[in-house]
Design a binder for this molecule. Structure first.
Ligand SMILES: [Zn+2]
Length: 326
């Protein structure tokens, strides 16, 4: 099953992705994009890397108690595999016993860490360089196309400390400046759900993984989008937890390997475009495509018999429907 998802979230007063600090001033991240009219814009953005990191944290929390994690993922640290990962060292030590070292390495990592299975890995070990493509891919988070004005404010914060000197305590304070942004943001993700638990080397279920474990990993991969779409997905959450509200979501699901990405919720007409796109893909592929809209989509006549439409009221209902269909 392939799952493609795009959505809009109203995020007020966030600092989800800092760029850099210059002195006491911390800049918010901005990137350049082109809109439908071809105009160049510089917009406040949150990297796909940041979203991927938070998604891995929620998957781990959802699976906790029912699955295995390596020491890094157990601590929710998005570290790359080190060159001397003890699990791969163990695999290399069995070299003399024969068998394919790559398959053995992949089997070891996937059995010992659910996150390595879902989010992929790259081992830099020169004697055992193995990699796995992430089963979940994220776009950047950017303000939707209709956004006319940048809502960006700078706040002055005050850090206070007491310094002891000459037998007395002297209060000291340091001012620093941070930027906070508000807007309706879009995000898109592509999930190769059916490839979770499947070997990149044999295209079969990885030895040692039980069906129920793989099913749970697939389910939690989708479920983790509920907190992500709730806006808890970046930096500075302890002091500027986004004042967030999910607005819209579109999810496409199919077993058709050529299922394209949904058109991003960045574009103002993305709901109609996705209906037309998936209708055409259903006809070309002659495969069933499930398309979920929240809030409900109108004007859905003349659609292919292979396109199954679901109208849901809100983001969580849409994700619940996707979980029923996987
Ligand atoms: Zn791990």
């Amino acid at each position: 099953m392939y799952v493609k998802l795009t959505g809009r979230v109203l995020v007020n007063l966030h600092d989800l992705n800092n760029e850099a600090s210059i002195g006491t001033f911390t800049d918010i991240r901005k990137m350049k994009i082109i809109d439908t009219e071809g105009a160049l814009r510089e917009v406040i953005s949150v990297s796909g890397n940041m979203l991927k990191h938070w998604h891995s944290i929620y998957v781990k929390r959802l699976l906790e108690g029912n699955d295995n994690f390596c020491s890094y993922c157990a601590r929710e640290e998005a570290w790359r595999l080190p060159q001397n990962d003890s699990r791969l060292t163990e695999v290399k030590e069995t070299k003399l016993k024969g068998g394919n070292l790559f398959i053995a390495g992949e089997r070891k990592l996937l059995n010992t860490c659910a996150i390595e299975d879902i989010h992929g890995f790259l081992s830099p070990d020169p004697d055992l360089t193995i990699k796995r493509e992430s089963r979940v891919r994220f776009s950047w988070l950017v303000p939707v196309e209709e956004t006319e004005e940048e809502a960006l404010s700078t706040a002055v914060h005050n850090r206070v400390a007491k310094v002891t000197g000459a037998g007395t305590e002297i209060p000291q304070q340091m001012f620093f400046y941070k930027q906070y942004a508000s807007g309706i943001y879009s995000v898109t993700a592509s999930i190769d759900l059916g490839r979770i638990g499947i070997s990149d080397y044999t295209s079969k279920l990885v030895e040692g993984l039980k069906d129920e474990v793989v099913k749970r990993r697939r389910r939690c991969t989708i479920e983790a989008f509920i907190p992500i779409m709730g806006g808890e997905m970046g930096a500075s959450l302890s002091r500027s937890l986004p004042i967030a509200k999910p607005v819209e979501i579109v999810i496409a699901l199919s077993n058709y390997p050529g299922l394209p990405n949904v058109v991003s919720a960045f574009y103002k007409d993305y709901r109609q475009v996705n209906l037309a796109l998936m209708n055409s893909v259903a006809k070309v592929s002659n495969s069933d495509i499930h398309l979920i809209f929240a809030p409900p989509m109108e004007g859905t006549q003349n659609i292919s018999a292979n396109l199954k439409l679901y109208n849901e009221t809100d983001m969580v209902s849409a994700i619940r429907k996707a979980l029923e269909l996987i």
